[in-house]
Design a protein around this ligand. Sequence first.
Ligand code: KIV
Ligand code: ZN
Length: 502
Amino acid sequence: MEKKVKIFDTTLRDGEQSPGCSMNLNEKIEVARQLDAMGVDIIEAGFAIASPGDAAAIAAIADTVQNAVVCSLARCTEKDIDAAWNAVQHAKKKRIHIFIATSPVHMEYKLKMSGEEVLESVRHHVAYARNYCEDIEFSAEDATRSEPDFLCRVFETAIEAGATTLNIPDTVGYVLPEEYAERVRYVREHVKGVENVTLSCHCHDDLGMAVANTLAGVKAGIGQIECTINGIGERAGNASMEECVMAMHTRKGFFGCDTNIITNQIYRASRMIQTITGVPVAPTKAVVGANAFAHESGIHQHGVLANKETYEIMTPESVGIPQNAIVLGKHSGRHAFEDRLLALGYTLTKEKIDKAFDKFKILADKKKTIKDRDLEAIIGAVPVSGSERYTLVNFVINSGNAITSTAVIRLKHGDDICERVAASDGPINAAYRALNKIVGKDFILEDYSLNAITEGEDAQGEAIVKISLDGSEWVTGRGVSTDVIEASIKAYVNGINKYFNE
Ligand code: KIV
Ligand code: ZN
């Protein structure tokens, strides 16, 4: 049987802890559901000791996830391990992931510990965690800058104390693929008992090598790879799951292995992370970028028309990119709508389908034909949180290049309708001032972007805003409409609702 490399997804831990990528509880659960549905083997759901919110999110994910192992990170301290166990203990399958740094620079300046003290800490804490849980991952932080023989002693100690997975992180994204593969081979050849555990790689992208190093690790015999959707993560990010998975899938013969990932769920996961975090992927991003399957030059178009294999090594369908077929219109009913969503890989709750169908009907009144990409935009626009404190009723904007812009906005809040007027030098700013007046808070607009997500005159625009009250905690809001001002207002209202939900 074909060898399967396990996918350990750390979008909700390494990804979520990077700037601008924070998610609220409901968003984390939604992401975990998607990861579970797409066949991820292990979901690192967070770092339980980091905050009560993190611990609660891990526990909620542990209750939700059906197939994957749910894991929490912990440092080598009893308190961290207790918190990790408390958070994951009710999962069907659970793991505690313990780490300590093993490189000279980290041990001397960060930990202020000798090598012997680090070894003792590994022995004690892996054994301590093993009393709770059979599945223990141990990571030697900064493994690629650690002394190879010391690293092997650390790993042997972790195995003796009960670790079942050993991770070799390239924490600072320093090494090149050949060096990474060499490090994996060294560990495989010099660590006693290594044949009884799973070896894992966890590579950061500081030199743009995260995916290449990860794949070099696979070629050198690693059994698990750690990655994130869209490659989000600390600094330059982590190895991107979609790139690693599609490389192994497309070049199975070369790697001699594949993964359990249902590849046509990849695009959906990527869009979900973009929508929730508001961090867009570059158009040229491999596998999921807007141009990843676009053939612009005449020669390429001609070749693809004659035979797709001339310029396509994988198909957009294989990663679940919606095709631009005309599928639905004003007269399509709920059945057709639901059927199409199913065909696109969406299995939504009844509540979400109801909301999405309402949005579909509104859009169908404005657009003659609704394509797969429109449906996908609608799904992304259905709030994850479910409860919307404020909803937009209507608005009037008066703007021009020789007048002060004014906005009149009306929102529904419970049974009340609240209306406010504001003026500013631009229509969006005027609208946002009016919204601040309605909710009685001085939200600051930290970031704003607007993109067309479908083509043509009646294209839908997607606005993403990041708002905060004092510059510290940013909340991301998203709005979609064929009218860019409406999309911008909806994004701000979505951000406000998320702020209040948290
Ligand atoms: O990059 C790293 O070393 C980590 C560890 C905690 C695995 O994220
Ligand atoms: Zn990391």
